[in-house]
Design a protein around this ligand. Structure first.
Ligand code: FES
Length: 166
């Protein structure tokens, strides 16, 4: 009986050790597995071209003669304002450069409803929290009179109104 009690104690004593080893090896496999999944995700991201699919960046804004001289028209589908004056057309973003809310037109410029940023009528900053003016985009008119925009190409100098001959 002493022998069998000794055997019981040995057996009972060895279980927690085995359990811990078993747990540790399972945890190691889990960590290795998670690392492997992470690597797979990283590899998949690397293998996929970094090109934004979805909305095109070149598109027609409409017949140019629909935009009257002296107006600024919001085109919500494309998040831009089309401005036309006696010099021609200009198109700039209607997304606040702070965190991307859609700005609203005011009597003398634009205001962001989210945190109160204000822009002048050409997208220059009147006050923050934003630190960047509204971007203007490259535009052109095709021979059929339709106004086009390329949102990947920005017009750098917003202070000289981008002109196109019409
Ligand atoms: Fe326009 Fe914050 S998103 S002020």
């Amino acid at each position: 009986t002493t022998q069998s009690r000794h055997a019981d104690l040995q057996t009972a004593g060895s279980h927690p050790i085995l359990d811990r080893r078993d747990f540790l090896s399972k945890a190691a496999y889990a960590i290795l597995g998670a690392g492997g999944v992470g690597s797979m995700i990283a590899w998949t991201r690397f293998a996929v071209p970094n090109v934004p699919y979805g909305k095109p960046f070149r598109f027609a804004l409409g017949k140019s003669d629909l935009f009257r001289v002296g107006t600024t028209t919001w085109i919500g589908d494309h998040d831009v304002f089309v401005r036309r004056d006696i010099h021609g057309f200009g198109v700039f973003s209607s997304k606040c450069t702070h965190l991307g809310c859609t700005i609203k037109k005011t009597a003398d410029g634009f205001i962001c409803p989210c945190h109160g940023a204000r822009y002048d009528d050409r997208g220059g900053i009147i006050h923050g929290p934003t630190t960047k003016p509204l971007p203007w985009y490259h535009i052109w008119i095709e021979s059929d009179g339709v106004l086009w925009i390329d949102k990947q190409t920005r017009v750098i100098n917003r202070t000289s109104f981008p002109k196109i001959v019409v």
